[in-house]
Design a protein around this ligand. Sequence first.
Ligand code: EZ4
Ligand code: CO
Length: 407
Amino acid sequence: MAVKISQIQVFVCSPGRNFVTVKVTTEDGTTGIGDATLNGREMAVVSCLEQHIAPCLIGKDAQNIEDIWQYLYKGVYWRKGPVNMAAIAGIDMALWDIKGKVAGLPVHQLLGGKSRTGVTLYAHGSGQCIDSTLSKAEHLINQGFRAVRLQTAIPGLTATYGVLGDKKDYFELQGNRPLPPEEPWCTQKYFSVVVELFRQARKRLGEEVHLLHDVHSRLTPIEAARLGKLLEPYHLYFLEDAAIAENQNSYQLIRHHTTVPLAIGETYNTLWECKDLIQHQWIDFIRTAATHAGGLTGLRKITEFANVFDVRIAPHGAPDLSPVCFATHLHINIWAPNFGIQEFVGLDNPQLNEVFTHDIRVENGMALPSDLPGLGISFNEDAAKKYPYKRSYLPVSRLEDGTMWHW
Ligand code: EZ4
Ligand code: CO
């Protein structure tokens, strides 16, 4: 018997930073939620959902998640794109949430159950100099984390990607910037510190802990190849976004020169954008997020394809993905045979926890998904009203002579 979709609501709130949350309600009163946040273009997704998608779905059977996904993906002439795929993601997660609630099962059980005892996380260690970065890393390791991403400020540059500066956390760092701030970039200055960071890290932190680094697409392919070679002695778990994501072939070039494991994918919205990278085994980890790639259904398609080619998933876990996305990732991660590692920026922001309530447990650097039916996370509409949307942007990068660069 059909369970018809009766209402689709979209909420935008800013408990620390902006989130777009979709709520789907069925005729029998069951509700599900999904994350449709697209940093810096939030209202475009809201409009896509409210004006274009919601009217087509009212009255459709909420049980047929795959058909609704195909209807929204294949059924439009203008496929793909970050706005469209984030909108699809919000609906898709909400439908999986509903299916789990109706079945009385957590979403990972609907996928096929657990493949591991917990989801290994990597935390962010960053600082204003190598010494403070490594102190932060030691602190995280003492808390139980077995994997840490290291980012340190670049001497001579006023800002560095991933470094908190005077901000208390990543929510503050990446939230509430009414116009895009501009940050300088200089590849030579970066090279002067980044290799030394990992040399000292191995000396001080030992050989066992997993170390990671995000280049944030600042290097050309041949520069990325050089960095990979220089970092080989420090055996990173992965080097992320060594070069821009647009040219999949660049990774063939980088691969040719270095054995550093390569990760990319947080900006990809569909399997089509990363299919060459995966099938040619130019990368080791695909980092696509459920919110930006058409939800659980979209990420599952990428995961299954990657598994065929020995590529593991390492979903994006930045603060601009809501806890609904993180919960979705935990369900996929605990199930996926080819799960690698999950990025984690913490869930202890009080405003965030007021709006999104969940029972996700983080212990000894591992996370456990909820065992509640569905995604196991709820959205508090009244609390959300206290934190209205604020226009906000990520920074942009320029070389020191003013040339626009990749942020
Ligand atoms: O800059 O999520 O791995 N994490 C990252 C993030 C991204 C932001 C962009 O929206 O690269 O910090
Ligand atoms: Co990244």
